[in-house]
Design a protein around this ligand. Structure first.
Ligand code: ATP
Ligand code: LTN
Length: 337
């Protein structure tokens, strides 16, 4: 293990609410991998967050392993990063309660994700959906995190986390919590559904045709791109009023590092079909090795269990340090037995 204790902390997580998607990869994982050498890294699967929507227990367990296997298959170094499952570190739920007492109903009610997901729930909205950002703030503040690489949809949650850190630091002492920075990639922070380029590509979209899952076969990927909804024009241009084409170009840019102008030039005089087929090929080139490595890792549960146990142990050490300072500062009698 080669971790320098003075290094800054980078932390992020994904909900094991389904198989991971191309959106998760480009918006989050790819940047974790890019930045991992400059930070001490903490990555986990947020199974407690996944419970905010009704889940099948067996599926949740399987998807939790899948998420962690995907992190490693995508390029996270398991012998350097701290990898674990959120529910294995009870300090997350503990700090979450405390932060709940400093969070205002009004600020939670403004969260777009809450508004979207609660509408989908109908009448009985779980309270966990409302307090979801508080648990996320606990995830982050527990580790004195400096940088959180996430997609654009999580910006609001990062803002509330920063507000809480600043609020509590102000009340109890300047350096109780590190105030985290967000990292969102310039391109790829919001990959859209292939079936409806007005909405974000999302794991739990009921229409699987709009979503590229990292475990999709080459054939499935080709079919999904072939059927992708494009715009009414003919020309390949990069504009907000051509969101279907823009999304395909964004995917190519995020995969290759080229700019939209470079792709538009490359496709001058060509048709939408070319762009669809070639984007699918680019995606397959990236995803196929991740898919096979994930499948291979999932066969060795003993390895994953050992890794997660060690990860939880390392995480708890750090988490307990923050939590006991917090208890002390807010007035809870010290001495945990
Ligand atoms: P769900 O549908 O269950 O809400 P999701 O697909 O939106 O899941 P999350 O687990 O909420 O995924 O997000 C994990 C990470 O992936 C976050 O950093 C999030 O910002 C990023 N992310 C999710 N969807 C996209 C997307 N379409 N484009 C870019 N980044 C994304
Ligand atoms: N809410 C995030 C997942 C998440 C997270 C975190 C991301 C939970 N805790 C801490 C970064 C840091 C999402 O992507 N839906």
């Amino acid at each position: 293990m080669n971790v320098r204790p003075s290094q800054k902390i980078m932390l992020s997580a994904v909900q094991p609410s389904h198989q991971l998607t191309l959106g998760n990869y480009l918006g989050a994982l790819k940047n974790w991998i890019k930045l991992q050498h400059d930070y001490e890294c903490i990555f986990f699967a947020v199974d407690l967050h996944a419970l905010t929507v009704k889940r099948d227990p067996a599926q949740l367990k399987e998807q939790t392993y899948q998420a962690v296997a995907t992190y490693i298959a995508s390029g996270i170094h398991p012998d350097q990063a701290i990898l674990f499952i959120q529910s294995h570190v009870p300090e997350h739920a503990e700090l979450s309660w405390i932060l709940n007492c400093f969070t205002y109903m009004g600020e939670l009610g403004r969260m777009t994700q809450y508004k979207d997901k609660s509408t989908q729930q109908g009448k009985n909205i779980p309270a966990g959906l409302f307090t979801y950002p508080v648990l996320m703030a606990a995830d982050i503040l527990l580790y004195q995190t400096h940088l959180v690489p996430v997609g654009e949809d999580q910006k609001q949650h990062l803002e509330i986390t920063r507000d809480l850190a600043i609020r509590i630091n102000h009340l109890y002492g300047e350096n109780l919590f590190t105030v985290p920075e967000i990292y969102s990639p310039p391109i790829g922070a919001r990959i859209m559904s292939l079936q409806n380029p007005q909405i974000k590509m999302s794991k739990s979209d009921p229409d699987p045709n709009g979503v590229i899952y990292l475990m999709d076969s080459d054939d499935q990927i080709k079919k999904k791109f072939k059927r992708a909804v494009t715009d009414s024009g003919q020309e390949i241009i990069y504009r907000n009023d051509q969101p279907g084409i823009k999304n395909l170009i964004d995917i190519s840019c995020a995969l290759t590092g080229k700019t939209p102008e470079e792709w538009v030039n490359q496709y001058r005089g060509k048709q939408y079909g070319h762009l669809k087929i070639e984007t699918a090929d680019r995606v397959i080139e990236t995803i196929a090795p991740i898919r096979s490595k994930t499948a291979e890792l999932l066969k060795d549960r003993n390895y994953l269990d050992a890794l997660l146990k060690q990860g939880a142990h390392r995480a708890r050490e750090k988490a307990q340090r923050t939590l006991s300072r917090v208890y002390d500062k807010i007035g809870c009698v010290g001495g945990r037995y």
